[in-house]
Design a protein around this ligand. Structure first.
Ligand code: E4P
Length: 218
């Protein structure tokens, strides 16, 4: 299972990269705005900065909603760096754009996916990744993990190569449950990744080992 970090914060990306388990980064316009990155030139430069920190795929989202606009923006984004994956919303022109980019060999991430039908369309259009937003579904009393399971079954039935990228991951249990279901990738905050290493028995055990070592080597 690939681990992506869902942020535009360079310090957090660096920290996750230094842990040695990071496979990529996802961003969106809200995450860029949160870091105060505004203006086209600054936004494009920020994507390149992110690519220089990580080795894997970096999703950069288009903000056009018409086919021509998405194609123009997506091609510009893809030309920035070989690690860039063009993030396209699940709307009608978005599906057309996914097919266009797929035919041109440009990697894509279909975002804002909330149903199995949308995921099926994204795969048919040749998306590299599909991003079901599990946290936002949980927020409205709908089982986000169930959507991951449905998509897994559909993709496996037909051998679709589109990778399931569980997005809107909020906490450590989301990560574990997505791994159990067989999600190809998860993207979440640094806290969800770091949460995986925590266990009180590890801390208690280490404290005892070190105390016993000290006694014997005083
Ligand atoms: C990822 O690609 C999405 O942009 C992101 O995971 C959305 O997460 P949120 O629901 O926490 O905003």
């Amino acid at each position: 299972m690939k681990f992506f970090i869902d942020t535009a914060n360079l310090d957090q990306i660096r920290e996750a990269q230094q842990l040695g388990v990071l496979d990529g980064v996802t961003t969106n316009p809200s995450l860029m705005a949160k870091e105060g990155i505004t203006g086209k030139e600054n936004i494009l430069k920020h994507y390149v900065d992110i690519c220089s920190i990580v080795d894997g795929d970096v999703s950069a989202e288009v903000v056009s909603t018409d086919f021509e606009g998405m194609v123009k923006e997506g091609e510009e984004l893809a030309a920035l760096h070989k690690q860039i994956v063009v993030k396209v919303p699940m709307i009608k022109d978005g599906v057309k754009a996914l097919k266009y980019f797929s035919d041109k060999g440009i990697k894509t991430n279909c975002t804002l996916v909330f149903s199995a039908g949308q995921a099926l369309l994204a795969a048919k259009a040749g998306a590299t990744y599909v991003s079901p937003f599990i946290g936002r579904l949980d927020d409205i009393s709908t089982d986000g993990l169930n959507l991951i399971a449905e998509i897994r079954m559909i993709y496996d039935n037909y051998g679709f190569e589109t990778q399931i990228l569980a997005a809107s991951v909020r906490h450590t249990m989301h990560v574990i449950d997505c791994a159990k279901i067989g999600s190809d990738v998860m993207t979440g905050p640094l806290s969800a990744i770091e949460g995986l290493l925590k266990h009180p028995l590890t801390d208690i055990g280490l404290e005892k080992f070190l105390a016993d070592y000290k006694k014997g080597n005083a």
